[in-house]
Structure formats: C-alpha cells, structure tokens
Write a protein that binds this ligand. Structure first.
Ligand code: AMP
Length: 285
C-alpha cells in the first residue's frame, strides 16, 4: 500500500494503475476510520477496483464554531486499517497541498444545499462539494463510494457529478450501525457513556417513523411529533437541530407522504451533533 501526500505523486501512482486497465475506486474520508468507512472500502475491493482512500479533514466544510481543531486524527491506526483491508493507495494531503493560497473557485449545488444540515451549517455543503470536485479531479476515479449515513451529502454529490458531467459513477452504500442502532460516526467517540446510551433514541425514532408510514400515516407532522417525543426523553439531549420528512431525491418539504421519502434527524448530545436518516418507500402515489 502506498501512502502519498502530494497531488503529483498520487496522480503518477494512479495513472500507472489506469494504464494497467484497472478500474479506479475512490473512498473519500476524513479519517478516524470505523466499520462504516470500511464497508465502503470493502465494496470497492469487492468490485475489483484499484482502491484509493483519501484521509483529509477538510477545513472548508467546518463552520467557525465547529469541531475542526478537535476532530480525531488517528492517522497511524487509519493506515493500518487501510492496509489490512487491501487498499492500494492512501492520499493524505495537508491543507496547503489541497488549497493553494488565494483559491477563488467554489462548487455550490444550489437548492439541495439549503435545507436540513445546510440550514444549520451554512457553507458546509459548498465545502463538501468543492473538496469532492477537487479530489475527483486529482484521483480521476471511475467509481466513488459514499455512505447513506450522510444522505444529503450523497444526493448533493450525485447531482454535482450529473450537472458538471464528471466522468465517474457514484455508489451509495447502506448505513452501518452499532448493535443498538446508533449509526457509526467518527464523532461518536466524543460521547460520554450516558450520551452514547441516550443517542440510540435517534434510530428508535426513525424506526417508529418508518412503522407509522408503513401503517398508512400520511401527515408528516404527526410522525415528526412522535419522533420528537421519543428523542426528547433522552436525559443528555441538548438540542434537536431538525426532524424532517422530505421527498427522497429533491429534499422538498411534503405536506402529505407519498412516494419515496427521506426521514432525517440531527440532534445534539452535550456538544456532539449526530445525524441519521432512513429512506422509506411509502407505497403511496
Ligand atoms: P467522513 O469521514 O465522516 O467524511 O465519512 C466518509 C464517508 O464514509 C462518507 O461517504 C460517509 O457517508 C461514510 N460513512 C460514515 N459513517 C458511515 C456509516 N455509519 N455507514 C456507512 N457509511 C458511513
């Protein structure tokens, strides 16, 4: 496994694989790798790809009051995990390598970046779209793998790729969860034991919502109220950023549940912000 820090050496290494007619698979991450990330890597390995993983804590997707400085960076452990899972190349640029001084260009995916996390984290998805566009241009993958855990991010990246005619395929992989249902996240390690225990209420609320939809409830407000009740019982909850049911592809608000919907939650336990979601086909047209 090759570990490279510069754009130039990454390009050289990947182009040799491309010349050898390998499919280039790409898994962009911010590190602190867990089974969620590893599921994307495994999918790429299974696809027979030349697997490139990036580990880069992207400053442009963090707000001024967010956790950029304290974001976990266990690089040695991450590299061991990559090696164990047969990754071919790990790209670990520093901020200067990714953002030349004086950069003026950004990628904004309009409308889709406004609701949900976009409302709470202004500029977040501009940072995400920009860094993904840059990484796609650096790596030149045939396929890039993203997690359903970050549903809005996956939708935005898919749209960016379509709108800008980027020559790659996006594969969205299922959310990997702990045994109590909590979605795995690098941020879970910030949680105290009590907060960690309480945080399982997010998935419980999503499951309750799915059940209501399957039972035929069509008013999103009724379902969101039930979810709020479940989450609010958690002792260590500090805030609910949103509980939302939207159309599954466009993220538009729904007055009545029809088609494929995205149920999404963002909630804080102590100062740790957690997100999760489920896609549900209501079976209603
Ligand atoms: P991050 O390091 O948080 O930027 O995540 C890198 C990639 O891993 C993104 O595509 C995430 O959606 C994905 N990911 C993170 N957590 C999970 C999870 N629990 N299950 C599946 N994919 C995940």
């Amino acid at each position: 496994m090759k570990v490279v820090k510069t754009v130039k050496s990454l390009r050289t290494f990947v182009s040799a694989a491309r010349d050898a007619a390998r499919t280039i698979g790409f898994v962009p991450t911010m590190g602190a790798l867990h089974e969620g990330h590893l599921s994307l890597i495994k999918r790429s390995v299974k696809n027979g790809d030349f697997v490139v993983v990036s580990i880069f804590v992207n400053p442009t997707q963090f707000g001024p009051k967010e956790d950029l400085a304290k974001y976990p960076r266990p690089l040695r452990k991450d590299l061991q995990l990559c090696k164990k899972h047969n990754v071919d190349a790990v790209f670990v640029p520093d901020v200067k390598e990714m953002y030349q001084a004086g950069g003026l260009s950004w990628v904004s995916v309009e409308k889709l970046s406004d609701p949900l996390c976009g409302r709470i984290r202004p500029g977040h998805f501009r940072g995400v779209a920009t860094v993904c566009a840059k990484l796609f241009n650096i790596v030149g993958p045939d396929v890039a793998y993203f997690g359903q855990k970050d549903a809005q991010q996956a939708i935005i990246i898919e749209r960016m790729v379509a709108d800008l005619n980027l020559p790659l395929k996006i594969v969205v992989c299922p959310t990997v969860r702990a045994s109590d249902g909590l979605a795995l996240s690098s941020r879970n390690q910030y949680l105290s034991p009590q907060q960690r225990k309480d945080a399982a209420c997010i998935y419980r609320s999503l499951r309750a919502a799915r059940k209501m939809i399957k039972e035929g409830v069509t008013n999103p407000k009724t379902i969101c109220a039930r979810m709020r009740k479940i989450i609010s019982r958690a002792e260590s909850l500090t805030a609910i950023d949103y509980i939302s049911i939207t159309e599954g592809n466009t993220l538009q608000d729904l007055h009545r549940i029809t088609g494929r919907v995205l149920i999404a939650v963002a909630a804080r336990f102590g100062s740790t912000r957690l997100i999760d979601n489920l896609i549900v086909d209501s079976g209603k047209r």
